[in-house]
Design a binder for this molecule. Structure first.
Ligand SMILES: [Zn+2]
Length: 253
């Protein structure tokens, strides 16, 4: 029985029966997997308190249980990201990134870029870098990692490059449209050249620099409208963590 060992981020861990836990992980080498940690609540040595949302671990497992459920044999901590669970705002932000990754991926499809993206953004949240730009950058890069990146270089119909005039974004079309191609099309969102450039930068900036990115107020507003429409198009639902985040932000105001 081959034993697999890979870095992983815990997406969910739910109690199962008296002593076990069912865990969903996003792994570096094998993409998303679901497993059972037998005796997780008793064995401090094998699992301790490491099966917590957002923990960055090295997991060892083998394929044994029913299809789709691997057997976790132990778990070592790489980085705890403990801050994520100590502050309700950080937890809400981390949950949002995690729910997006969970919602947009199928099991057992390797995507190392996506793994590194999630790890980098959980690290930003752990360090308390909570600004709206971070969410927008994560969203647009998540799409790119999965091969659904929006077309922002030119009009999706006539290929015209955005210049001075107003452009529009079509979530259904997956990119931007010039004013004449967008005319009479329902559901398009106006988007300025500044926002298009900002989103293009957000897609290509190296991960160590994303924490310092800053959007103009107009680009923040427009990119939020564009990316929420795009997310709704792909997910077909609102995320629970998004609602949670809005509720706690509302209370803080
Ligand atoms: Zn056009």
């Amino acid at each position: 029985m081959p034993l697999y060992k890979t870095p992983a981020i815990i997406l969910h861990a739910l109690p199962y029966g008296e002593a076990d836990q069912i865990v969903t992980l996003y792994t570096l080498d094998f993409g998303k997997i679901k497993g059972i940690a037998k005796g997780a609540k008793r064995s401090r040595k094998r699992f301790g308190n490491r099966l917590e949302i957002g923990s960055y671990v090295r997991v060892t497992y083998f394929e044994k249980e029913r299809p789709g459920l691997v057997r976790l044999s132990n778990c070592d901590l790489i980085r705890p990201f403990a801050g994520l669970r100590e502050d309700i705002h950080k937890l809400a932000w981390a949950s949002y990134f995690i729910e997006l990754v969970d919602g947009m991926t199928a099991e057992k499809i390797e995507n190392k870029t996506l793994f590194r993206l999630l790890a980098a953004f959980l690290s930003l949240v752990d360090r308390g870098i909570l600004k709206d730009e971070i969410q927008r950058v994560f969203e647009v890069r998540l799409f790119s990692c999965l091969g659904y990146g929006p077309q922002l270089e030119h009009c999706i119909r006539c290929q015209r490059k955005p210049a001075g005039e107003k452009f529009f974004f079509s979530a259904r079309g997956g990119g931007i449209l010039c004013a004449s191609c967008a005319a009479h099309l329902p559901g398009t969102i106006p988007v300025s050249l500044g926002t298009i450039k900002t989103l293009l930068l957000a897609q290509t900036l190296t991960l160590d620099k994303v924490g310092r990115i800053s959007f103009s107020p107009q680009s923040l507003k427009e990119s939020q409208a564009v990316l929420s429409a795009f997310l709704r198009e792909y997910l077909g639902k609102e995320l629970k963590s998004k609602k949670f985040m809005e509720q706690i932000n509302h209370k803080a105001e």
